[in-house]
Design a protein around this ligand. Structure first.
Ligand SMILES: [Fe+2]
Ligand SMILES: [Fe+2]
Length: 310
């Protein structure tokens, strides 16, 4: 009998742990064994997949439980401060797990379970970032090789928590929602025909119009999802607002939700790095000059200091 296969996300396959299942690629309707049971996804193997923008791999349906165990073991180990693993490996796994949580909600926004898992993980994530000195640094340093919206979400979420921590903003509950909102802020881009992974100067007038609508469309799509928190849907709705009123809704600084504004500043920074192709050094300089007045100066200066340490 022919084997049955089920897809798994590449973002869950990080770290140095050996897999106890075979992982396949699907090419031209054929199953190609890519990584054997007993191997690990360390280093170049994973980078090669990501560079090809490959998001899914496959396992035999019979191996599903083994895959779930692998994933859980990996995540538990990465969050365990006493596991003895270095911060780089832990960050890689946790970054992948957060990316997976974002992808899950993007694909199944109607699932209260997917949202609940992402929300629960956000508490652990904030804790990890705040308790481990080099966590922010090693998460941000991971390149977004496939320029994915989910990876961008993890970066924005991370910078938002780091900024809130530095400026002593928000209580722990709010920080959890800030982290979750940052992760999901670009829900409006998911499934959009617009190619957003390129510099804004290459956008046509029509492209820009579509782009401008993504926060409103994103908010529209989650309006009836009662399992989502208002703080999160507000971030989805308002994260492109600017202090000078130049955002899609035209809100001025006092009208913008404080968590959405923090997310917005971090989003502008990562958009500039990931999609405009600017280096970390260039980004802050550019923001100070070209985007003067769009975000509180203190946010940009603080984010500049955070980026300098990477
Ligand atoms: Fe956005
Ligand atoms: Fe964004």
């Amino acid at each position: 009998m022919a084997k049955d296969y089920v897809s798994i996300r590449v973002s869950t396959l990080r770290g140095d742990q050996k897999i106890d299942f075979d992982a396949y690629l699907k090419i031209d309707e054929k199953w190609i064994l890519y990584l054997r049971q007993g191997d690990s996804f360390e280093g170049t193997r994973l980078d090669r997949l990501k560079a090809k923008k490959l998001k899914k791999m496959y396992i035999a349906t019979d191996d599903e439980n083994k895959y779930r165990d692998y994933m859980q073991k990996n995540i538990d180990m990465a969050y365990d401060d006493k596991s003895g693993k270095d911060i780089k490996t832990r960050s890689e796994i946790i970054q992948g797990a957060q990316q997976n949580n974002a992808e899950d909600v993007f694909e199944k926004p109607e699932s209260a379970e997917a949202y609940g898992a992402a929300k629960e993980a956000s508490t652990k994530y904030v804790d990890f970032l705040i308790k481990n000195n080099d966590a922010v640094k090693s998460i941000i340093a991971l390149p977004n090789l496939d320029q994915s919206i989910a990876h961008h979400g993890v970066t924005v979420s991370t910078l938002s928590v780091a900024l809130a921590e530095q400026l002593k903003m928000f209580d722990p509950k709010q920080r959890q929602l800030l982290a979750l909102g940052g992760l999901l802020h670009d829900f409006g881009h998911f499934d959009s025909p617009l190619k957003i992974a390129r510099p804004m100067k290459d956008f046509s007038k029509e492209d820009l119009e579509i782009y401008k609508r993504h926060p409103i469309e994103g908010a529209q799509k989650v309006k009836d999802k009662n399992h989502m928190d208002l703080a999160v849907t507000t971030i989805i709705h308002q994260h492109e607002e600017k202090c000078d009123g130049s955002g899609p809704l035209g809100f001025l600084e006092p009208q913008i939700d404080p968590m959405a504004l923090v997310t917005g500043a971090c989003n502008a920074i990562d958009r500039s790095m990931t999609y405009e192709g600017n280096s970390r050094e260039q980004v802050v300089k550019k923001m100070m000059v070209e985007e003067l007045g769009k975000f509180p100066l203190q946010y940009i200066q603080t984010l500049g200091n955070i980026l300098k340490t990477i």
